[in-house]
Design a protein around this ligand. Structure first.
Ligand code: SIN
Length: 532
């Protein structure tokens, strides 16, 4: 059995930032199921929303965030995260990240981007590859730290808790079982402080802007361990994912609309003027629903994002990644509008935490997209998530260092080895892939941008059966990454559906035709669920 002072699962901005800070206090393992850089962060194009300009203020950023969150943000968490942002961003710059800047009156200032729902330009970015640059910077720092062991190609299977081992009076997280994908062995790792930073669950939907790793692992494990999960019905659909038969999950950043891009329907009309005064830069939920409505109304397959008023030089400089990728698919964005559709993008709910990242299970912390801190409420303001990951990593590290040490009794609990039982090798991968595909289509068709009770109930019934099938399959076959991911996807899908069914109103990202109005009297509260 291995033992570390801190174990971090996930290697995006939140996980790596936590690991770097925790390394000053003890030994750290970073467990990541693919390569270090395979994370949602690496795919983030927009940037970090942060107050850095004299024309901006914390109050305005707070106001924009609360407005987007549609009554469900935790204002104290919003204020804390926004106000600690500049200091954390400065630290990122100190370790070598260079945000785009521009010459103003003889000195350099950040070249701030604009995105939907923001009343000011406030998005720090590195062209359209901000997340990738952050990831590279943090991984470079991590390499210098002897206290951190980066365990690539290792997938967390399940959390080990005192409760599950029969010590229910003092339930806490004691460690984690981890599958080493190279040896197929499951290792037992003990720690007093386990940090989930596993990102979101975009892969639960057929169409998503997320990478393949986004299978809801953290939420599913925390749920099985008995931690409280909140607001899973609020899944953000990004309005503009590239629509092309060969393009998989490619985001066209909202920053393109921030630079004047206009959404047009298949007739070439600037349809957003009929939906919202901010037109193409309206909040994301409104734009995504408007696109959905236009596509259905006109029987089209997609809408178009037109930024042809900008010069090719500007587009290549500001959006090199998007420009080159579109060109690879035969689309010259300087000359023609880009075909786009909405796709699942961000999980606004997650494992419920306080403003220090502590979950309801002692010893377990959650940071980044996997967590529900109260920053996003019912709808996330664009580019607030990298900010949250950065700030919460620091806060969680400080809190976990200060936390009460594990009691003597808990330290005495022996951790059993993983029981693989009498299992066979998985020889029917086709079953896993079939179930995986079924969940993703089911969620897209029945639990998407526009919902109804009937569709949700259908999804719920089918998911219950699927979970039973997966459970049976899971116990008969040797575990693999595919199987673990499938099990996690099914759990998270069921949490989304159950949470959506319990909210009989429309708010933020949850829109249902059966209850199109907002009902503060009954539903101005988080949807809180736990296995216990
Ligand atoms: C984007 O670049 O449009 C994504 C930014 C975000 O989701 O925060």
């Amino acid at each position: 059995m291995k033992e570390y002072d801190f174990v971090v699962i996930g290697s995006g901005i939140a996980g790596l930032t936590f690991a770097l800070k925790a390394a000053e206090h003890g030994s750290v393992a970073v467990i990541t199921k693919r390569k270090g850089a395979d994370s949602n962060t690496a795919w983030a194009q927009g940037g970090i929303a942060c107050v850095t300009s004299d024309e901006d203020s914390f109050e305005l950023h707070v106001k924009d965030t609360l407005e987007a969150g549609a009554g469900l943000c935790d204002e104290a968490a919003v204020r804390t995260i926004i106000m600690e942002g500049p200091e954390r961003v400065r630290e990122l710059v100190e370790v070598g990240l260079h945000f785009d800047d521009r010459e103003v009156g003889g000195h350099r200032e950040p070249d701030l981007g604009r995105e939907g729902g923001h009343s000011k330009r406030r998005v720090l970015h590195v062209q359209d590859v901000t997340g990738l640059e952050i990831e590279k910077t943090l991984l470079r720092e991590l390499e210098k730290s002897p206290a951190v062991e980066l365990m690539e190609n290792h997938m967390a299977v399940d959390l080990i808790t005192a409760g599950k081992l029969g010590f229910a009076t003092e339930d806490r997280c004691l460690g984690v079982y981890v599958l080493d994908e190279r040896t197929d062995e499951v290792e037992t790792i003990r720690t007093d402080r386990l940090v989930l930073a596993t990102g979101g669950c975009g892969k639960v939907y057929l169409y998503t802007t997320n990478p393949d790793i986004a299978t809801g692992d953290g939420v599913a494990m925390a749920w099985r361990a008995g931690a409280v999960i909140a607001n899973m019905e609020f899944i953000q659909f990004h309005p503009t994912c590239l629509f092309h038969p060969n393009a998989k999950s490619f985001l066209i950043s909202e920053a393109v609309r921030g630079e004047g891009g206009i959404l047009r329907n298949s007739r070439g009309e600037d349809f957003m003027e009929r939906y919202h005064p901010q037109r193409s830069l309206a909040p994301r939920d409104i734009v995504a629903r408007a696109i959905d409505a236009e596509i259905k109304r006109l029987g089209a397959q997609c809408v178009y994002l037109d930024i042809t008023h900008q010069t090719p030089e500007f587009l290549q400089e500001r959006f090199p990644h998007i420009y080159a990728t579109c060109l690879r698919f035969g689309i010259d964005m300087a000359k023609q509008a880009i075909p786009v559709v909405p796709a699942a993008h961000y999980q606004c709910g997650g494992i419920k935490t306080d403003v220090n990242g502590a979950t309801t299970l002692p010893g377990l912390y959650a940071i980044g997209e996997v967590a529900c801190t109260g920053l996003h409420g019912a709808n996330r303001l664009a580019s607030n998530s990298l900010l949250e990951g950065l700030v919460m990593a620091h806060r969680a590290c400080d809190a976990s260092v200060r936390a009460q040490p594990t009691s003597h009794a808990a330290r005495e609990i022996a951790l059993p080895e993983w029981e693989s039982g009498d299992v066979q090798d998985v020889d029917e991968l086709v079953v896993i892939y079939h179930n995986w595909g079924e969940i993703r289509r089911l969620m897209w068709d029945y639990v998407g941008i526009v919902r109804t009770d009937k569709r949700l109930q259908r999804a719920s019934a089918r998911l219950r059966n699927l979970q039973r099938e997966i459970r049976e399959f899971y116990w008969n076959f040797k575990i693999s990454v595919d199987l673990l991911e499938l099990r996690n996807l099914a759990t998270v899908a069921a949490l989304i559906v159950d949470s959506a069914l319990s909210r009989k109103e429309s708010r933020g990202l949850h829109f249902t035709l059966d209850y199109p109005e907002l009902s503060d009297r009954r539903f101005k509260r988080d949807t809180v669920v736990s296995r216990t």
